[in-house]
Design a protein around this ligand. Structure first.
Ligand code: FMN
Length: 328
């Protein structure tokens, strides 16, 4: 998945399905964490993986606070923490919590990249958690991360459902980033919410499959075209091809996995890099059932006045309609 999409897609939601998580996905998450930076390369992070059915699981669930009962449905719980003995100290600054946080972020993003839902928690009791996992004395547990696939909000209790519906908020850029000296706000120019992703199902037809048994890149391009047409219709309200005001000037298609006839294909896309007379779409075809990304594409659209036969500027009306979908 494109990295800006990973950032936008990560949400600490609470509805987990009972679909098991493939062990290789957990292994990739750990691998991402393993290659994180750490002060003096001390790598203080540790992760204890506790899947559903593990003998330690009931005791770990017991250690969760009542407000985190929703996490018991998650097929995997990962306890993160730091070995203090491996922590670097510079002057009086102790870096073990910082470095474990960095590694945890890599782990979370790699999970999202693989279509998983991850939710870190501080709401648990330390002594029962330590006992459940036989943690050594010099080990400092930091978070429990619920890992799984997104489920249906209906399967949660009222309290958890209500929490998931609370709108996401963030401090303003100028409150957290300064220019030159502390307190002088950094000016922000980007939209303050992560870009919305336009998603639509792409039906596969028998005729889309070639002699090799999969969808080749030439056909994939037409699947992206279908998605773009749906975007123009649903977001911009331009339903007829003859009303298009754009030319597809450039397209890059990156093959990652074969699309087979039995695959379910969904497209997600957003806009990047709006220039004076053009804009870019970044798009992916993926299987919504497991998050596998088949193909990535980037296209450049040039605004064009077909009547006058010349390039024109991106209009304020266009920007108004697509604003929510523009991301960095
Ligand atoms: C260290 C840490 C502890 C957290 N503890 C809990 C928790 O115990 N229960 C919970 O429901 N969410 C918990 N969260 C999730 C935060 O509430 C969430 O990250 C925050 O509201 C921002 O939402 P977002 O992650 O969807 O962007 C925790 C997050 C972090 C990083």
């Amino acid at each position: 998945m494109d990295f800006s999409r990973v950032i936008a897609a990560r949400r600490s939601l609470r509805a987990f399905s009972d679909r098991p998580v493939e062990p290789v996905k957990i292994e990739r998450m750990i691998e991402a964490a393993r290659w994180s930076p750490s002060c003096a390369n001390r790598q203080p992070w540790r992760f204890v993986i506790v899947p559903m059915g593990d003998p330690a699981r009931p005791a770990l669930e017991e250690a969760l606070n009542a407000g985190n009962a929703w996490a018991k449905r998650a097929p995997v719980l990962i306890v993160t923490g730091a070995g203090k003995a491996d922590g670097a100290v510079v002057e009086s600054r102790e870096y073990f919590l910082h470095d474990t946080g960095l590694a945890t972020m890599s782990l979370l993003y790699r999970a999202v990249d693989q279509g998983l839902l991850v939710h870190p928690m501080a709401g648990w009791k330390e002594e029962p958690l330590k006992a459940a996992l036989s943690l050594p004395d010099d080990f400092c547990p930091i978070a429990v991360i619920a890992v799984g696939y997104a489920g249906k909000p209906e399967d949660m209790d009222e309290e958890a459902r209500r929490k998931d519906e609370v709108p996401r908020t963030r401090k303003e850029t100028g409150e957290i980033a300064f220019r030159g000296r502390f307190g002088d706000p950094l000016a922000a120019s980007l939209p303050s919410a992560p870009a919305k992703v336009f998603e639509t199902d792409i039906p596969l037809r028998f005729g889309d499959i070639d002699a090799m048994g999969h969808v080749n890149n030439a056909v994939t391009m037409t699947l992206f075209e279908l998605g773009r047409a749906k975007f123009f219709a649903e977001v911009m309200g331009v339903g007829k091809i003859e009303d298009y005001e754009v030319i597809l000037a450039e397209a890059t298609v990156r093959y990652r996995l074969p699309i087979l006839l039995q695959d379910q294909v969904r497209l997600r896309m957003h806009i990047t890099d709006v220039a004076r007379s053009s804009f870019r779409f970044r798009a992916e075809l993926f299987d919504p059932r497991d998050g596998r990304v088949f193909t990535e594409a980037e296209t450049v659209q040039v605004m064009y006045d077909y009547g006058k036969g010349r390039v024109k500027h991106v209009s304020p009306e266009f920007l108004e309609k697509v604003r929510d979908y523009i991301g960095g």
